[in-house]
Design a protein around this ligand. Structure first.
Ligand code: DQQ
Length: 532
């Protein structure tokens, strides 16, 4: 039997054919979750005109693919409908702000409303006749002005929205204000900016609760709230945590800014771009979606007839210490689990490997917690190591250390000639520990012409943490990994050759000299979802 030869996902969202990229306008409305996305209806490559594809779901896991929601029709968007966001206006009325490529290929911001608010599918959209609402302001070139955020209401009752852009050498979140959602006035200063980052695409700005995992509506006011500003640039989604000065309409980061350096926070240290959050009022949580692009070549994609995946939706909230965000696959993901295997208190001796059998390793959710009995023997961290990705590329899964590497080999062939290693290595740093989390794709496929870059992230552990957890969602060609309960995430794309005809294997390994204890291991087969 030829199994899933194209690496097509079974429980990640994407339409049956063609190219997709950024998630757009996620929203919950009358019983359905909506996700729109950048879509080329004519092929598996990025090519204008781009439209808004549209899928709906009751549970964020099974999807119905609908007709395109926004397609180029008017001078203000005739060359493409680029990214944008939904805002729910008072009276539960969703509206969309999106970027149009106008007749001169200039980037402008447009408004669209549902034709029929009694249709929970929101199938038809009407573009406002007065579009565009915003054109590139002074100092911003016509091709550097795009991707409006969800709007939020200030204390004065007026709306605010941020649009991504480039002004001189500054990546900017350009701020506008409006009383009526139609007339928008440019604010002199941006909400925030970054120096020499290049254009900021797909900004996202939202409040997070300091003392709860519950999400907050974008327009919330009150105490115990911090703000997150995310911008997409240089192929990554960077975020900062800070406060929002609503009088000056400025974001003030509390420590790290948005500079594009290896010390900035990232949602994901692998493939994950142009992401967007929305507030789910039903379950009172904030959900993050990101675009995961292919790592094979464009001619491979044309052969496959599809390219691009939306990530598993992730709940986002502030970590206990409040310094960073934590991400975790939404709880609905657990409903897809079927066949289960489990182990506990299993010792993994130095330089050993064991296979997790009894599940379908190409479609699995696996969760483990590791404990290191002699953690004080870990090697000392060298402060010169500032780039975890580089460190993972030199300290690979086969380079033995004392406390690690240990972790998973996913999408592995039986003879291990093809394997993707997701693993940890622990270092001592004064009285604390630094964990290096890696996803090593260098041996993921015998095929050539695939981007096999290794990814890495640092996780700072407190002395009390004597356990480190790892969860990986493996779905044929996509591996989404969550380290230390979601404090570092790495998403990778893999295209093993063996997968065409044979089943994948899953292993746990310890290549360090010291023993590691698997406190718990749970692995489940994942169901194929509707829409796949
Ligand atoms: N993708 C869209 C733009 C956005 C970019 C075009 C980010 O609106 O800036 O498909 O991936």
């Amino acid at each position: 039997i030829v199994k899933n030869q194209q690496g097509k996902p079974s429980f990640h969202l994407r339409p049956p054919h063609n190219w997709i990229n950024d998630p757009n306008g996620p929203v919950y409305y009358k019983g359905f979750y909506h996700l729109f996305y950048q879509y080329n209806p004519k092929g598996a490559v990025f090519k204008k005109p781009i439209v808004w594809g549209h899928s709906v779901s009751r549970d964020l896991t099974n999807w119905i693919h609908l007709n395109n929601a926004l397609v180029p029709t008017d001078p203000f968007d005739i060359n493409s409908c680029y990214s944008g966001s939904t805002t729910i206006l008072p009276g539960n009325k969703p509206v969309v702000l999106y970027t149009g490529l106008d007749a001169n290929n200039q980037q402008v911001q447009n408004l669209a409303k549902p034709k029929n608010l009694s249709d929970p599918f929101l199938k038809e959209w009407i573009k406002y006749s007065g579009n565009p609402l915003m054109t590139p302001p002074k100092g911003v070139t016509p091709d550097n002005f795009r991707d409006p955020t969800t709007a939020w209401k200030g204390k004065d009752g007026n709306w605010r929205v941020a649009v991504g852009g480039l002004r001189g050498n500054l990546g900017v979140a350009i701020l506008y204000r409006s009383k009526d959602f139609v007339h928008w006035i440019l604010h002199d200063d941006p909400l925030y900016f970054g120096m020499n980052t290049g254009i900021w695409e797909c900004p996202d700005f939202y409040p997070v609760s300091v003392n709860s995992r519950h999400g907050l509506d974008n327009s919330v006011n009150g105490k115990n709230i911090k703000y997150v500003l995310k911008a997409s640039f240089q192929s990554h989604d960077y975020y900062a945590i800070g406060s929002y000065d609503s009088n000056k309409d400025k974001f003030v980061p509390e420590s790290k800014g948005l500079t594009g350096s290896t010390s900035d926070w990232r949602y994901d240290y692998g493939k994950f771009y142009a992401s967007k959050t929305f507030y789910d009022s039903v379950k009172k949580r904030r959900i993050l979606w990101g675009w995961i692009n292919e790592s094979d070549s464009s001619s491979d994609d044309i052969k496959k007839g599809w390219a691009g995946i939306q990530s598993i939706p992730r709940q986002v909230y502030l970590s206990d210490a409040g310094r960073q965000l934590v991400q975790w696959p939404i709880e609905e993901t657990e409903k897809l689990r079927e066949k289960h295997v489990t182990y506990s208190n299993k010792k993994l001796k130095g330089k050993s490997l064991f296979e997790v059998t009894g599940i379908t390793a190409s479609q699995v959710d696996i969760q483990l917690s590791f404990n290191l009995p002699k953690i004080e023997e870990a090697e000392v961290f060298d402060p010169k190591w500032d780039d975890p990705q580089t460190l993972c590329s030199t300290k690979t899964a086969s380079a033995s250390g004392r406390a690690g590497p240990f972790g998973l080999l996913v999408m592995a062939s039986q003879d291990l000639t093809e394997q993707t290693a997701v693993f940890f290595r622990v270092f001592k740093d004064n009285h604390k520990f630094i964990v290096l989390m890696c996803s090593d794709q260098s041996r993921s496929s015998l095929r050539e012409g695939i981007d096999k870059t290794t990814y890495g992230a640092f996780i700072h552990m407190d002395h009390e943490d004597d356990m480190i957890s790892l969860r990986s969602l493996v779905d044929h060609s996509v591996v989404e990994s969550f380290g230390a309960d979601g404090r570092a995430c790495i998403t990778a794309r893999v295209y093993p050759h063996f997968h065409v005809k044979k089943e994948a294997h899953l292993y746990v390994f310890n290549n360090g000299s010291n023993d590691v204890v698997i406190k718990t291991l749970d692995a489940w087969n994942m169901k194929k979802t509707k829409g796949n």
